[in-house]
Design a binder for this molecule. Structure first.
Ligand SMILES: Cc1ncc(COP(=O)(O)O)c(C=O)c1O
Length: 471
């Protein structure tokens, strides 16, 4: 049954959708609406609150409510056209500078991809840490690989939502997803090998590939459907490929989510070609729908050795400061454990104990529901600001999860210059060339819309709009 305040919201939203109330026009006052619909003032106020949550109206001080400009879906960027040969990787120091900028509180941080940590879950986590410090006597000890058993048990339970049935002993706790990726890539390659990557690709992964002396072969990738299977099949026929590295759910920066059908086919094709897949699953919990998408690993066939090494962490879904990540390396388990010992010996004991307790408490799903709603609302707000302040010919992705968006600007715009100019005005953005090994994406930028407040986002978009218009 529809509640009365829902009826108010429907009544006004119908008028907006039918064009009877246009963007920028004042809605009937609360009093007028209450009298027209025979409802109480408080019911109408709740209805108007709902309309604000739906980004349909906005209050203006001492004036009432106004219809917000509605986002007109813009074109998504075209499928990428990277070079079709393996390249040495040489990612600029910019990646490190960008990361260091996150410490500067005077900068509006749209350039790196930390989550919003101004949330109750972080306070809960802090309380748990304090309790752990008080109660546990193992804090001074190593937490040797594969890592805290309890935490691995909790992760194994969560992986069921991804369609992955895994025993806790098949999981290795790592220092973030970055270490999980590095260990898994090292487990299946040797220096000089070629790996295929989606393009554009997350610069941390490209940095890891660079540090291992591997060559990267960038595969055209669609902003909605993901890596092109046709291009991938051609590439593995032509080149001697040692691994395929990708983020099938809400990739960074494109935000695409591969269909289950494509995941299944991709896994089978690469299995047949004897090529391991390194799956970065870090954003999957931040879907805007109710159910997280399946992992590629869910399509492993029973009784057949897996060719998928899944990597993930709590960095995006809870806290990057915890540095809790994990790898599920399948047949490469022992190798990854050995590599973990040689790279960092063991994990930090306190974060593992705290993360295990947090996950045990059963409060993570509530936090995820809040964050999914929040990031979706931020996306809509960002798109609304983009409609208001950016040129109409910009192409934008439309993420259905995570919190980064990829913008294709006019070809004459150099995103490295735009980055410098924006930084002078106190705004960090991530320029496109960071996401390629072959200097692509000069006129692209990635923006994190999840961390900044609405006021900061608005200020940043006004500045970016002005800078872009000046070209
Ligand atoms: C796609 C992707 N993978 C891995 C990482 C690194 O994650 P962590 O902080 O858990 O090491 C990031 C962080 O931005 C990311 O966006």
């Amino acid at each position: 049954m529809t509640t009365r305040y829902q009826q108010v919201a429907d009544h006004i939203s119908d008028q907006i959708r039918n064009g009877l109330l246009k963007a920028g026009e004042k809605t009937p006052s609360v009093r007028q609406c209450a009298s027209e619909m025979g409802l109480s003032i408080s019911t109408v106020i709740r209805g108007y609150e709902l309309l604000q949550d739906q980004m349909l109206i906005e209050p203006r001080p001492q004036s009432g409510f106004y219809v917000r400009p509605q986002y007109q879906p813009s074109k998504a960027p075209e499928i990428s056209q990277p070079l079709v040969k393996p390249s040495e990787v040489n990612i600029d120091n910019l990646a490190v500078s960008l990361l260091q900028l996150t410490q500067d509180k005077n900068i509006i941080q749209l350039g790196t991809a930390p989550p919003n940590t101004d949330v109750p879950a972080i306070k809960q986590l802090n309380r748990i840490m304090t309790k752990v410090i008080r109660e546990e006597d193992s804090l001074g000890d190593y937490d040797p690989p594969p890592g805290n058993k309890n935490l691995r048990r909790q992760i194994a339970r969560r992986m069921l939502n991804a369609g992955v049935k895994v025993h806790p002993d098949e999981i290795v706790i790592t220092t973030g997803c970055q270490e999980a990726m590095t260990l898994c890539i090292r487990a299946v390659t040797k220096p000089g090998d070629t790996v295929v990557v989606e393009s554009p690709s997350y610069f941390g992964t490209l940095k890891a590939i660079e540090s291992m002396g591997l060559k990267a072969l960038e595969i055209p990738t669609h902003a909605k459907t993901g890596i092109s299977r046709t291009a991938l099949e051609l590439a593995i026929r032509e080149w001697n490929v040692s691994a395929c590295i990708l983020t099938p759910n809400f990739s960074n920066p494109l935000g695409y989510c591969m269909s289950d059908e494509d995941k299944k086919e991709l896994r089978a094709t690469l299995k047949q070609a004897n090529i391991p897949i390194i799956e970065d699953d870090i954003y999957s919990e931040l879907t805007y729908s109710t159910q997280r998408p399946k992992a590629i690993k869910a399509f492993d066939e029973e009784g057949d050795a897996s060719n998928v090494l899944l990597c993930s962490s709590l960095s995006k879904s809870l806290s990057p400061g915890l540095r809790i990540g994990w790898a599920i390396p399948g047949p490469w388990l022992e190798k990854v454990i050995h590599l973990k010992v040689s790279s960092s010996m063991a994990g930090a004991t306190l974060p593992s104990l705290a993360a295990a307790r947090y996950l045990e408490m059963g409060i993570f799903d509530r936090h995820l529901r809040q964050m999914r709603r929040y990031y979706k609302e931020q996306r809509d707000y960002f798109l609304h600001l983009a409609t208001l302040h950016l040129p109409k010919d910009i192409r934008l992705t439309y993420p259905e999860g995570g919190y980064v968006i990829w913008l294709e600007l006019d070809k004459k715009i150099n995103s490295m210059m735009l980055y410098e100019q924006a930084l002078e005005e106190g705004i960090s953005i991530a320029p496109g060339p960071l996401f390629s090994v072959s200097g692509q994406y000069q006129n692209f930028v990635r923006i994190n819309y999840g961390k900044a407040t609405k006021e900061q986002l608005e200020r940043a978009m006004i500045v970016l709009g002005r800078l872009i218009a000046s070209y």
